[in-house]
Design a protein around this ligand. Structure first.
Ligand SMILES: [Zn+2]
Length: 447
């Protein structure tokens, strides 16, 4: 059990995220309740309370706050409190297209300096001389030193001048040289990464024809994998690629769809075929487990397995009715596009899965729902007819799902509401989710 002193900063943080809308003593009571009665982890409890009062749990720090001196060469997801010491905007060329990036130097209160690169300056603007709380940053090695990278998922909040006081006389390194290619693994890929070196085995490949502004173009797409996962790729030129072979792509980039990364490469890229050991196609087809916060740090993932606890059941769970034309959920037989329609019944589950460090929405369609909860759509309809109550099915699903540890497999996307998995396979887990997540994180840190 946590004592007063330990719990106080967490209560304050929740109050800050909820912008003072809820009283400190109410938050305090809730937090005690979730920790001691429900035995939820501290991080999950905090996120649950923020959500309950209508706040955004992503505004909580991820619990991975570091000083610049503590940064490793390959951090996946860190929070830092810094001042921007210098900043330049520059144009680079990526696959023949101009791209604007921002780079410069950050310092913290201890006077440590680290270079940074901001990949989407249109979304975030870092001004020299200002202080920022930066969340979901990651690092890459550059000449033996960590360099802060701010990708699509980075969240930046300007902080008051007095919050970071950089000691006088700190020497700020020049940011003259830029852009060494980065070697990356599948699990590190996120949207808008450029100048990458990637090695993987091609698991499948198809030739496709697409219409472009300059006429028909043949491209090649498929699945490529390394030991950290699988990802779709698109080759915009014919590199004579074959299923099963291992290739190294230089100057690849990532263009994603809703956060699900896709590796692309074209005429400015080079393909080599490395010698040596690489996992077999069979080994690379096994299930890939990721933590939610790890996926959060990259913005999405294809075909991964996630474990966590169901902490909330969302509206639209249970027996629902759809428009036969557009599949939208209808209310009292009326579709918002097609008006009065002959509604079609369906089963669906929408829940929040939390692994103690982060949360995502998980959506299960009829087939997944039927198998998981051992009920058919027909049975659900009969039950609803007998009880004259559609809500009874939702209530029954809630009883079966709430607070249960689960293991879900599917693609994870992101939008303005956060991460969401389109579940392909679902099962109840029996393991201790929290220690599992911690063990998984620890393993990833070793790599
Ligand atoms: Zn419709």
């Amino acid at each position: 059990m946590m004592n007063n002193e330990e719990i106080a900063p967490h209560v304050k943080e929740i109050v800050r995220v909820l912008e003072g809308k809820v009283k400190e003593e109410d938050i305090r009571r809730d937090l005690d309740n979730y920790l001691d009665v429900y035995r939820m982890s501290l991080e999950a409890s905090k996120r649950y309370i923020v959500r309950k009062y209508g706040g955004d749990p992503n505004a909580l720090t991820s619990g991975n706050m570091k000083t610049l001196a503590q940064l490793g060469l390959n951090e996946g997801n860190v929070d830092i409190l810094v001042r921007v010491m210098s900043s330049v905007t520059r144009e680079i060329t990526v696959s023949g297209m101009p791209k604007t990036i921002q780079s410069g130097v950050l310092a913290d209160e201890a006077g440590t300096t680290v270079k940074f690169t901001l990949w989407e300056p249109s979304k975030i603007d870092l001004k020299a001389g200002e202080n920022y709380l930066i969340r979901y940053a990651y690092t890459r090695e550059w000449n033996g030193q960590p360099e802060i990278q701010l990708g699509n998922r980075a969240v930046v909040e300007q902080r008051p001048q007095e919050e970071v006081t950089v000691p006088e006389g700190v020497s700020v390194p020049s940011t003259g040289s830029y852009s060494a290619p980065q070697a990356v693994k599948v699990s590190e890929l996120q949207d808008n990464m450029y100048n990458l070196i990637f090695t993987g085995r091609i698991l499948s490949i198809q030739k496709r024809e697409v219409d472009t502004r300059s006429g028909k173009k043949t491209l090649f797409s498929g699945i490529i994998a390394d030991e950290t996962g699988r990802v779709e790729f698109t080759a915009w030129e014919d590199f004579d690629l074959h299923e099963g072979e291992v290739i190294t792509i230089s100057n690849a980039y990532v263009k994603g769809w809703k956060g699900i990364p896709r590796i692309s490469f074209g005429e400015r890229s080079e393909i080599t075929r490395p010698e040596g050991e690489f996992p077999t196609a069979e080994e690379l087809s096994k299930e890939v487990r990721r933590t939610i916060s790890d996926i959060e740090s990259t913005g999405g993932a294809a075909d991964v397995v996630v474990r966590g606890t169901v902490v909330d059941i969302k509206k639209g769970t249970g027996l629902i009715f759809r428009c036969p034309e557009c599949r939208r959920v209808v209310l009292k037989g009326v579709c918002q596009i097609h008006g009065k329609v002959q509604q079609v019944p369906d089963l669906r589950i929408r829940v929040i899965l939390d692994d103690g460090a982060a949360a995502m929405t998980a959506v299960m369609r009829k087939e997944v729902t039927e198998e998981l909860l051992d009920i058919t759509l027909k049975e659900a309809l009969e039950e609803a007819r007998e009880t004259m109550n559609i809500e009874a099915i939702a209530k029954r699903f809630e009883d079966q799902l709430l607070a249960k540890p689960m293991e879900l497999r599917g693609n994870v996307m992101s939008d303005e509401y956060g991460l969401s998995m389109n579940v392909k396979e679902a099962k109840f887990a029996t393991i201790d989710v929290k220690s599992e997540a911690e063990a998984l994180l620890a393993r990833m840190e070793v790599i």
